[in-house]
Design a protein around this ligand. Structure first.
Ligand SMILES: C[S@@+](CC[C@H](N)C(=O)[O-])C[C@H]1O[C@@H](n2cnc3c(N)ncnc32)[C@H](O)[C@@H]1O
Ligand code: SF4
Length: 478
């Protein structure tokens, strides 16, 4: 049964975050224009204070902070929003009796907040656990990640290169990424490989400095024809740097693909089980067997690639015990990286949350906690995290690495510390510049998005490349 809540807030800029938080308390939620339980949030400045009032379920709660000379308007708005979220969080936590793992945090990147608080000179634990209600367990996770990122986390030195190949053998039922099936894209792939190779080559024209890492994602890049893949990878002119290619669907990783990857300097691949339970693989439309995962992994080891394995907690029809068995199996195989995702359910997707049994949220907590404990015990360290929307309790995805096997690209992307030259349909290039604004460090991020579909990308390649030249030339000159 879904819960109906309508929200009225006088500060439109905070609306998305407030909705996001309510969703974390009520996974099965319907926002109503009227009717259902009504929440009214009012934010205003008065007598040297910023005041937030929340009226909900017949009760009023007041929060806020002292207004002082804030270093910038941006920081002022950030703190105002934070205090509105805290007051809504306290209201809902009191009402439901639920303490969310990430408390009042709604952002995608909890580690970014950690770094931000650290540079503000505050006691990060007091702030995150004491004021923002992050649980001790999640704070421990965040601190471990910060620890693992030492030596990688930095600003500005060089750039990362990305290329997108949004093609897959079939569509997985839970997937929220834009990707076409191979059969659908087939007739456009030869042109796509030519265009993408040209797009990739433009990175050498902008003086972007040292390349830190290369990442070819999707989709499933290894699902396209050998010649096309070879042409694309060659365009990077890899020179010994970290080079990842997603070969997520194990049935697409053949001996000829392994050779092409090796010849082009690839160092790291993904072979993604998601689960080791065959009936779940069938249910989610992965169209491969558990045996295929073992074969692909063996092949990857034969060619000396570092392997990442993705798992997903809360897949349909899986119990806590099923998920634990998948984590244990992955650990037994002992790849360089294991990444644990929490299922994110899109509205209207096949796995609508409406049909879920009660207690699902607790199962999600048990699964994610188990993976953390088991992976730490097996010698892995968490090294990056992000929180997708529409997961149970707004739980996170975490990448774990064996010692010395941290993926630089994933850290750079998650912490938004480096410029990214991105090519291909759906790719997003990014420039990161750090400005010193009267003693206040200001990180400026500009983005350039490509057309999302392969057809449109092929048709508009000339203007896309021209736009990219203007984008990077402008940023470099600043
Ligand atoms: C962009 S996908 C590409 C990986 C590759 N194509 C594959 O499926 O093996 C990266 C990862 O995101 C995770 N993922 C995709 N959809 C998800 C969802 N709805 N909820 C949680 N994780 C998801 C999966 O673990 C997947 O391997
Ligand atoms: S193979 Fe990966 S990217 Fe493709 S549909 Fe499945 S989860 Fe999505």
């Amino acid at each position: 049964m879904s819960v109906k809540i309508s929200v009225e807030i006088n500060e439109p800029k905070f609306k998305n975050d407030i909705y996001d938080m309510i969703q974390a308390f009520y996974p099965v939620l319907e926002y109503a224009e009227e009717g259902g339980e009504r929440m009214t949030v009012d934010c205003f400045e008065r007598d040297g204070r910023y005041i937030v009032t929340v009226d909900f379920a017949g009760k009023r709660r007041e929060g806020g902070l002292e207004t002082t000379d804030f270093p910038s308007d941006l920081i002022k708005m950030r703190l105002y929003k934070r205090s509105a979220k805290i007051t809504v969080y306290e209201t809902l936590s009191d009402y439901t009796g639920i303490a969310l793992p990430y408390g009042s945090l709604t952002g995608i990147r909890p580690t970014k907040l950690y770094y931000e608080l650290l540079s503000d000179g505050v006691n990060v634990k007091d702030e995150m656990v004491g004021k923002l209600y992050v649980s001790e367990r999640k704070f421990d996770l965040i601190e471990r990640i910060i620890q693992t990122q030492k030596g990688i986390y930095s600003f500005g030195d060089g750039y990362d290169a990305f290329a997108n190949i949004p093609v897959c053998p079939t569509r997985c039922a839970y997937c929220s990424f834009i990707s076409e099936t191979y059969d659908h894209a087939k007739k456009r792939l030869a042109d796509y490989a030519d265009n993408l190779a040209r797009d990739i080559s433009t990175q050498f024209d902008f003086g972007l400095g040292r390349r830190r890492a290369i990442y070819v994602g999707g989709g499933t890049p290894t699902s396209i024809d050998d010649g096309d893949l070879d042409k694309i990878l060659r365009a990077f002119k890899a020179c010994g740097e970290e080079f990842t290619v997603e070969a997520g669907r194990p049935e697409t990783f053949t001996e000829s693909k392994a050779k092409i990857l090796k010849e082009n300097g690839v160092t790291r691949i993904s072979v993604n089980p998601q689960t080791f339970k065959q009936s779940t693989l069938d249910l989610i439309g992965r169209k491969h067997s558990v045996e295929d995962i073992f074969k692909a992994y063996e092949l990857a080891n034969k060619y000396g690639f570092d392997v990442n394995m993705d798992l997903i907690a809360m897949l349909p029809d899986e119990s806590v015990e099923d998920f634990k068995a998948s984590v244990d199996k992955a650990i037994e195989l002992s790849p360089a990286n294991i990444t644990v995702h929490t299922l994110s359910v899109k509205r209207g997707s096949v796995f609508n949350m409406d049909g879920l049994k009660s207690g699902a949220q607790n199962d999600a907590y048990k699964m994610v906690d188990y993976s953390f404990d088991a992976l730490i015990k097996a010698g892995y360290s968490p090294y990056y995290t992000y929180r997708q929307k529409n997961t149970f309790g707004r739980l996170e995805n975490v990448g774990y690495a064996k010692k010395g096997k941290t993926c630089v690209y994933n850290v750079d992307i998650m912490e938004e510390t480096h410029t990214v030259h991105a090519s291909g349909a759906g790719a997003i290039s990014k420039t990161v510049t750090v400005e010193d604004n009267e003693g206040v460090k200001n990180v400026r991020i500009e983005r350039l998005s490509e057309i999302k579909e392969i057809k449109g990308y092929n048709e508009h390649i000339e203007e896309l490349i021209a736009k990219k030249r203007i984008f990077f030339d402008k940023q470099i000159k600043i």
